[in-house]
Design a protein around this ligand. Structure first.
Ligand SMILES: Cc1cc2nc3c(=O)[nH]c(=O)nc-3n(C[C@H](O)[C@H](O)[C@H](O)COP(=O)(O)O)c2cc1C
Length: 209
C-alpha cells in the first residue's frame, strides 16, 4: 500500500512564503521515506474555492437524488475537494495566521469540505455528530508575524490553532501536529532561527509520518 499525501497551501505569497518553503522541503524528505507515495497539491491561496451560495446551500441539504442539474453543478467544486480530501491518508496544511485566524481562502476551503453526509453525519434523534474523514493525520505549518505560544501575552489570540483542531476534529481528523513558525516580523536573525527550528522538527516528523 502506498501513502497518499494531500498538500493544501493557503498563503497568498509564493517565493517569500515560509509555509510553502517549509512544505516543499518537508515533501521532498517525505518522498524519500515513501518512494511509492502519492502527492497532490491543492493551492487555495492562488486559486481560492468559491464561497457557498444559496443554491449551493439548498443542494447541500437535500438528498443527492432530489437535486436538480443546477444544484449538481453548484456542488461540483465542493465534491472535487471532498473526493481529494477523502483520498488522502496525510494532510499537509500550509496555514499562515491572518488577523488571528486562518486565511479567508482556507476558510472558503473549509466551507466546501465540511458537508453533512460527506465528511460528517448528524443524528437528529441523539444530536450526535460523527466525522467521516477518518484514518488520516494532519500536519499544519503555521507561520505568524508575532508569537502566540501558550502563556505569552498574545497566546489567547491564536484562533488559527484552536479553529483547525476543532474543525478537523469535527470531520474525524484527530491526529493533528502543528508546527508554529512565530516571530516572522522580527529581525532576520530571530525569524531565521524560528524557521530553522521548524525545519528541524519537520525533518524528524517526515521520517515517521
Ligand atoms: C492579511 C494578513 C494578515 C496577517 N495577520 C497576522 C496576524 O494577525 N498575526 C500575525 O502574527 N501575523 C499576521 N500576518 C503575518 C503572516 O502571518 C506572516 O507574514 C506569515 O509568515 C505569512 O505566511 P507565509 O510566510 O507562508 O506567507 C498577516 C499577514 C497577512 C498577509
Amino acid at each position: 500500500m502506498f501513502m497518499k499525501l494531500l498538500e493544501v497551501q493557503s498563503s497568498v505569497r509564493l517565493e517569500q512564503s515560509v509555509s510553502r518553503t517549509l512544505s516543499q522541503e518537508f515533501i521532498q524528505i517525505w518522498k524519500n521515506f515513501h518512494p511509492n507515495g502519492r502527492h497532490k497539491q491543492r493551492d487555495v491561496g492562488m486559486n481560492p474555492p468559491a464561497h457557498p451560495t444559496e443554491l449551493w446551500t439548498t443542494a447541500n441539504y437535500i438528498p443527492p437524488d432530489s437535486r436538480t442539474p443546477e444544484m449538481e453543478t453548484a456542488l461540483i467544486e465542493s465534491e472535487q475537494l471532498i473526493e481529494e480530501l477523502l483520498w488522502a491518508d496525510r494532510l499537509l496544511l500550509g496555514v499562515p495566521m491572518y488577523n488571528f485566524g486562518v486565511p479567508s481562502t482556507f476558510k472558503a476551503y473549509v466551507d466546501n469540505i465540511v458537508r453533512v453526509n460527506r465528511t460528517f453525519t448528524f443524528d437528529p434523534a441523539s444530536f450526535i455528530f460523527e466525522g467521516l474523514a477518518t484514518d488520516k493525520k494532519a500536519l499544519v505549518i503555521a507561520p505568524s508575524a508575532g508569537n502566540f505560544a501558550p502563556g505569552t501575552p498574545m497566546g489567547s489570540m491564536n484562533f488559527c490553532e484552536t479553529y483547525l483542531r476543532s474543525i478537523l476534529g469535527f470531520i474525524g481528523i484527530e491526529d493533528i501536529t502543528t508546527i508554529a513558525v512565530p516571530n516572522q516580523f522580527m529581525p532576520d536573525e530571530t525569524r531565521h532561527q524560528e524557521v530553522e527550528q521548524a525545519r528541524t522538527k519537520l525533518k524528524t516528523i517526515a521520517a515517521t509520518w
